[in-house]
Design a protein around this ligand. Structure first.
Ligand code: ZN
Length: 68
């Protein structure tokens, strides 16, 4: 048995909603991990890769002979 944190109603352990106040019982274990962090490192890697590609392209264009 567990008690509702809002109205102190005694509920079943598997109850997801209080039968008295109809509120959702969310404080029951680690249901959702903290996966709200954005892919910051992936964005940085993408920007670095793009800059490196641009630099390599500019160096290649500058080093290439203009004779065509
Ligand atoms: Zn309740």
């Amino acid at each position: 048995m567990k008690t509702c944190p809002f109205c102190a109603e005694e509920l079943q352990d598997a109850a997801a909603t209080c039968t008295r106040c109809r509120r959702e019982l969310t404080a029951s274990g680690p249901s959702q991990p903290t996966a709200s962090s954005p892919p910051f490192t992936q964005s940085i890697a993408l920007v670095v890769a793009l800059v490196l590609a641009a630099v390599i392209l500019v160096l290649f264009l500058l080093a290439a002979p203009a004779a065509n």
